[in-house]
Design a protein around this ligand. Structure first.
Ligand SMILES: *Cc1c(COP(=O)(O)O)cnc(C)c1O
Length: 375
């Protein structure tokens, strides 16, 4: 079995029969020839059901995650919502407290309509996780590293807790794509990625994927929901994700190195009150991150001494880091998360989140240096 870097670099290969092309083809057909009595000699019926480009991308992502099956969606939220909607009504979901803000909003606004119960727990406290289990707990929803505080939770320990309670563990691994973290190998049942981020990698495509350890009932229910609900990725989006994956390993290596440089610079700066980056020895779960990850990723956050106003001033003075949401693209981004999350946000006012891109690290550090020095 080739290594992950090799699988990623040749995603969509070997050469297609037509002309021996090395780059994967983009198949836009909405419908596929079947027999008069409805059998599928080519395996496909209609683009919304399954289609060749989507399937190609799913097979590559499944191989990278060590999954039995992967399902692609038009966005990360569609992937996550489908995994939740496929649970039996009356199920209880344990959501980690530092999960992506839209999932916490989804739980608050939509779970009651879907017949789901939810508790929000700090997943770095395993006793609190055990105490929150209920007889109807069906899913533990972890995010590691998490946004915006870069908390790292113990995937193997959470999987053991989930399985002991007859539940599944889903890991939102968007911050740590498969070349740096493989949750299924640690016992997780499902991995979620917003492919909009590192898998696509260039800030020009949206996508989401669910990767399943078992090709069982939950995966089948998610596929059925996608087919009937219509949350199929467009072939073009699937193809863009496939294309992004070809450079994933090289990009992640550079993202990780740049983020470490930026984190070390910030940690030593007198105007910085705290830096949240799992690669720093001062991070509370640094040892765990070192054990369960192959790199610490390109995301970090830091708290500016002086709180909200000081943080907003720093964000306004940055030139290379663009004020924009999202992450995982080639260009570096900064975001004052409390402003974006709105009035109910638990995020500290002094916190700025950075998506460290692929520029030269010296330029990134110089930009932060001038922004922190003040106007
Ligand atoms: C962006 C993001 C999502 C949602 O993905 P979309 O593609 O924007 O729908 C989910 N989880 C995490 C951690 C994210 O960063």
């Amino acid at each position: 079995m080739p290594r992950l870097e090799t699988l990623a670099a040749r995603a969509g290969g070997p050469p297609a029969p037509a002309g021996g092309a090395l780059a994967p083809p983009l198949q836009l057909a909405t419908t596929f020839e079947h027999t008069p009595d409805g059998r599928l000699p080519h395996g496909f019926l209609y683009q919304r059901y399954d289609n060749p480009t989507q399937l190609e991308t799913e097979q590559v992502l499944a191989a990278l995650e060590g999954a039995r099956r992967a399902l692609l969606f038009p966005t990360g939220m569609a992937a996550g919502a489908t995994a939740l909607q496929a649970l039996p009504p009356g199920s209880h979901v344990l959501l980690c407290d530092d999960s992506y803000f839209s999932f916490r909003t989804l739980a608050a606004e939509q779970f009651p309509r879907w017949g789901l119960e939810c508790s929000i727990v700090d997943f770095t406290d395993l006793d609190a996780v055990r105490a929150a289990l209920r007889p109807n707990t069906a899913l533990l929803w972890a995010e590691t590293p998490s946004t915006p505080r870069l908390k790292v939770c113990d995937i193997a320990a959470l999987a053991a807790i989930a399985h002991g309670a007859g539940a599944r563990l889903l890991v939102d691994g968007t911050f740590a794509p498969p070349v740096i973290q493989q949750p299924l190998a640690l016992g997780a049942d499902i991995v979620l990625h917003s492919a909009t981020k590192y898998l696509g990698g260039h800030g020009d495509v949206m996508g989401g994927v669910l990767c399943f350890a078992e090709d069982g009932g939950h995966a089948a229910a998610c596929h059925r929901l996608r087919l009937l609900g219509g949350a199929t990725a467009s072939p073009f989006a699937a193809w863009m994700v496939l294309r992004g994956v070809r450079t994933l390993a090289a990009r992640m290596d550079w993202h990780c190195r740049n983020a470490r440089r930026v984190a070390e610079f910030l940690a030593a700066h007198p105007k910085v009150a705290a830096v949240h980056y799992p690669g720093l020895p001062s991070h509370p779960q640094h040892a765990l991150a070192a054990a369960q990850m192959r790199g610490f990723g390109g995301m970090l956050s830091f708290e500016v001494a002086g709180g909200r106003e000081a943080a907003l001033a720093v964000a306004a003075r940055l030139r290379l880091f663009t004020n924009a949401t999202s992450l995982g693209s080639t260009e570096s981004l900064v975001e004052h998360r409390a402003s974006i999350e709105g009035p109910g946000s638990p995020t500290p006012g002094g916190l700025l989140r950075l998506s460290v891109g692929l520029e030269h690290a010296d330029d990134l550090v110089a930009d932060l240096e001038q922004a922190l020095a003040g106007g």
